[in-house]
Design a protein around this ligand. Structure first.
Ligand code: AMP
Length: 215
């Protein structure tokens, strides 16, 4: 099963992708996480990506495509995957279709997590992440047991520099048109599933229902 998740920043793509990956035993590929690792390692691609990410802009398509291609060559494609944060532009979506086609695979479903845009700034600004294990929390909606400490690995939780309110507003603005284009591209391909819900659990249960229909 090969999936991807669409949604504005703060819609909960990462949270849902982790749950799907765990329950259906498929590989989670999060382009934002990979960029953060490359930035930390100081690789040339990481250095290139850093300035875009800090300004809340999208990294150029070719760099995003390169990391996804590398992941596809590294993982066992027969296990299946859930992409999180890719594609983010129509061009990336078209190239993804080509790459998968060349490898003899295709996307089975694309989940668009539809959230009221007014809620997004608060959601993202309250997000805290663990750089060690990738776990995500929210100071209000999903707080860690101990403030500032990751429940899973005990490391310190941080606020991503691009999760500050002003940068979030900019990210949402930049992403809105692009998400609309992606939604219509995948709708035309007949693989789009629109997912709504108030809580993490409600959204996840709607995703699971959509998956079970196909299995
Ligand atoms: P995320 O963790 O998915 O919110 O991604 C963090 C940042 O990484 C985004 O705001 C972009 O700057 C960059 N990024 C992640 N995935 C992509 C992508 N597919 N295309 C371009 N930039 C990306």
């Amino acid at each position: 099963m090969n999936l991807t998740l669409l949604g504005l920043p703060g819609a909960g793509k990462g949270t849902q992708a982790k749950k799907i990956s765990r329950d259906y035993n498929i590989t989670h590929i999060a382009t934002g996480d990979i960029f953060r690792i490359l930035i930390e390692k100081g690789t040339p691609l990481g250095k290139r990506a850093e300035k875009y990410i800090q300004q809340g802009k999208l990294v150029p398509d070719d760099d995003a495509i390169q990391i996804v291609k590398e992941e596809f060559s590294r993982i066992d494609m027969n296990t299946g995957f859930v992409l999180d944060g890719f594609p983010r532009t129509l061009y990336q979506a078209e190239i993804l279709t080509e790459i998968l086609d060349d490898m003899g695979y295709r996307l089975d479903m694309v989940f668009f997590i539809k959230v009221n845009p007014e809620e997004l700034v608060e959601r993202v600004a309250g997000r805290r992440v663990c750089l060690n294990c990738g776990a995500t929390f929210h100071i209000e909606y999903n707080p860690p047991k101990k403030e500032g400490i990751c429940d899973l690995c005990g490391d310190e939780l941080i606020q991503r520099s691009d999760d500050q309110k002003d940068t979030v507003r900019k990210r949402i603005e930049i992403h809105s048109n692009k998400v609309d284009e992606l939604v219509s591209y995948y709708k035309d391909l007949g693989i789009l599933r629109i997912i709504t819900g108030q809580s993490i659990e409600e959204i996840y249960s709607n995703i699971k229902m959509a998956i079970e229909v196909e299995l």
